[in-house]
Write a protein that binds this ligand. Structure first.
Ligand SMILES: NC(=O)c1ccc[n+]([C@@H]2O[C@H](COP(=O)([O-])OP(=O)(O)OC[C@H]3O[C@@H](n4cnc5c(N)ncnc54)[C@H](O)[C@@H]3O)[C@@H](O)[C@H]2O)c1
Length: 270
């Protein structure tokens, strides 16, 4: 447990009960933070897997954790600026930011990927992280302020058909490092996490695509994947949330600019 009482935290892409973002929200709230959850609350055209919650769902989830809700489409600077004004008016500052919103629309070979899919992926995963960070940094004025960006194992390990997603997440890792230097001047730490295979809608959708492609059932695909993980199971949002809480906490006060793998040992780097 960390003592986050009196801390104000904002998490993007936290409007799905089963997602990593809400997992992080529950953990930070349990540790005493006031958590502002946000999500896009509209159809973003990645209908293949994403059941995007509506505003009413987001509000209901925020009540479950005693927090607040604000609509942020990370690709829409106006909604980001409105959220920053809301936070400034209501709380006057922000202690923790978790840039968690992400998507991997319509996987394809890079050679054939339509440019608008490439751009959509970059806009959500990379530009969204940049825009939200730029808007929130001026509010992060108190000692102990920290940011965690959700990158991915895919940002360190290339894979066919996932090119746009891999490139966007690799760029999130570099964005994290540059912000760590720049915001470090004001004592703000910035780290990234690289989840492996975490059991959420996003990962289930990828298993379903593989099952279709290889004419197997989803459970068989999951079991095959689990064999490749040293700890022999998929991760959970809680596995990720515990690391995020640590990175935000004072226990991690001398850690910045890192991209921490949370993947049951799938990636082992020297
Ligand atoms: N599940 C995994 O195995 C895994 C692995 C590595 C990284 N990740 C990353 O973790 C993060 C959370 O993913 P998840 O697995 O919980 O999937 P998810 O689909 O449950 O959550 C993604 C969230 O991002 C939101 N979102 C999408 N576009 C948005 C936009 N324009 N503005 C605001 N919010 C938007 C969605 O509404 C959703 O709530 C993502 O950044 C994802 O890339 C997931």
């Amino acid at each position: 447990m960390h003592d986050f009482s009196g801390k104000i935290a904002l998490i993007t892409g936290a409007g799905k009960k089963t997602g990593i973002g809400f997992g992080i929200a529950k953990r930070l709230a349990r540790d005493g933070a006031h958590v502002i959850i946000s999500d896009v609350c509209r159809d973003i055209g990645v209908k293949d897997y994403a059941k995007i919650g509506c505003w009413e769902d987001l509000e209901a989830l925020s009540k479950e954790i005693g927090g607040s809700a604000v609509r942020i489409d990370v690709t829409d600077n106006e909604s980001i600026q409105q959220a920053a004004s809301f936070i400034k008016e209501k709380f006057s500052h922000l202690d923790f930011l978790v840039n968690n919103a992400g998507a991997g629309p319509s996987p394809n070979l890079l050679q054939y990927m339509e440019l608008d899919i490439w751009e959509k992926t970059m806009n959500i995963n990379l530009n969204g992280t940049l825009l939200v960070t730029r808007a929130m940094l001026p509010l992060m004025t108190r000692p102990g302020a920290a940011i965690v960006n959700t990158a991915s194992r895919a940002g360190k390990r290339p894979r066919a058909f996932g090119g746009a997603y891999c490139v966007s997440k690799a760029a999130v890792i570099m964005l994290t490092k540059v912000f760590a230097i720049e915001a470090g001047m004001n004592g703000i730490r910035v780290n990234a996490i690289c989840p492996g295979q975490i059991d959420t809608d996003l990962e289930r959708w990828s298993f379903e695509l593989q099952a279709k492609a290889f004419q197997k059932d989803v459970q068989q695909i999951i079991e095959e994947e689990e064999k490749t993980i040293p700890l022999k199971r998929l991760g959970t949002p809680e596995d990720v949330a515990d690391i995020v809480a640590f990175l935000l906490s004072d226990d991690a006060r001398y850690i910045t600019g890192q991209a921490v793998n949370v993947d049951g040992g799938q990636l082992m780097e020297i």
